[in-house]
Design a protein around this ligand. Structure first.
Ligand code: MG
Length: 331
């Protein structure tokens, strides 16, 4: 078996590769939980909190796109994974693989973008490395991040319970549609949603909302991440299609391209699963934050397994994880 593009999709093949190679070789109690960031206990108990650690590599093409670039993306991606564990992000490291022929002016612009995004996110870039390999004029970045999870905060993909509300912070598919449009030279107004989601997580915790689980909606799309939450928690998730926000531009684009917004990647959207009693309070908190203006309650957790969706036409459809490739190199 050789690596194929499907192994980078964030869908079923990525999950298999994780299980059969990395999960098997690196197995331990922390990694086996498969959260967005590892929550590390350095104190042998709860107070004074745990460390969150995450790493991600960025290979997006093109390097600069409407609404962002690989620099901004490489900070947002790792910071968002820390935030999804309820952590306050603190430090980042970055490793660059540069290809010969890359314009230094472009590298400088991307570094400036990283610095600006890190300042907005409240993280310091504290270590880095540069290697040169290959001759294609391209650039790849890895970032690793550390954050602090305050004592008593226990956000986990495995904590959803029947009766919980499922919220989505905004419209699906914007980043994916933007990158695909750039690759295919299609003119449209669609911009990437690439953003740091700290305003949203801060808003939820500031209002003492009982947050069970959070996950950013990246590769594999909403369909895949909701299946991950349902599987980890041992519950079902029931969605209402008409409640899922998709912009007119992305909906039109998906129609023409034959794409399903449920499986499209974003870089500035998140799902929050909260106690059902806090649904309205959580919705108000998210909508009041700059990156949550289009937030919606899209469903609830229930008894059973898997993800089901009540369609606009009144039927019920099972929503599976992404199969096959998706679009490579969107992040
Ligand atoms: Mg994530």
């Amino acid at each position: 078996m050789k690596i194929t593009a499907a192994h980078g999709s964030g869908g079923r093949d990525s999950a298999r590769l994780m299980e059969t190679v990395f999960g098997r070789r690196f197995a331990n109690a922390v990694l086996d939980k498969m959260e967005d960031a590892a929550a590390l206990d350095l104190h042998g108990g709860t107070p004074p909190g745990r460390l969150a650690v995450s790493t991600d590599s960025f290979v997006v093409s093109p390097l600069v796109f409407k609404g962002g670039d690989i620099g901004k993306l490489s900070v947002c991606g790792t910071v968002n994974d820390l935030l999804m564990m309820g952590a306050v992000p603190r430090y980042l490291t970055c490793g660059f693989i540069l290809e010969e022929g890359l314009e230094i002016a472009l590298l400088d612009r991307l570094a400036a973008s990283m610095a600006e995004t890190a300042a907005e996110a409240g993280v310091l870039i504290v270590a880095g490395d540069t290697k040169v390999a290959g001759t294609g004029g391209g650039l790849y970045v890895n970032t690793a991040g550390i954050g602090l999870i305050p004592a008593g905060r226990a956000v986990s993909a495995s904590a959803c319970k029947p009766g919980d509300a499922v919220l989505l912070s905004g419209t699906l598919g914007d980043h994916h549609a933007c990158i695909l449009s750039a690759r295919l030279d299609i003119e449209n107004p669609i911009e990437s949603d690439c953003a740091c989601l700290r305003d949203l997580t801060d808003a939820l915790f500031a209002r003492d909302i009982a947050v069970r689980a959070m996950r950013d909606v990246t590769r594999g799309g909403l369909g895949t991440i909701l299946n991950e939450l349902a599987d980890s928690s041992g519950c079902a998730i029931e969605l209402q299609e008409e409640k899922i926000p998709v912009s007119e531009a992305v909906r039109g684009f998906c129609g023409v391209m034959g794409l399903d917004p449920l499986y499209m990647g974003n870089e500035g959207k998140m799902v929050a699963v909260v106690d059902g009693a806090d649904a309205e309070k959580a919705l108000a908190a998210m909508r009041a934050a700059p990156h949550g203006r289009n937030a919606a309650v899209i469903g609830r957790a229930g008894e059973g397994r898997g993800v089901l969706m009540k369609t606009r036409l009144g039927g019920t459809r099972r929503v599976d994880v992404l199969y096959g490739e998706g679009l490579p190199r969107i992040c």
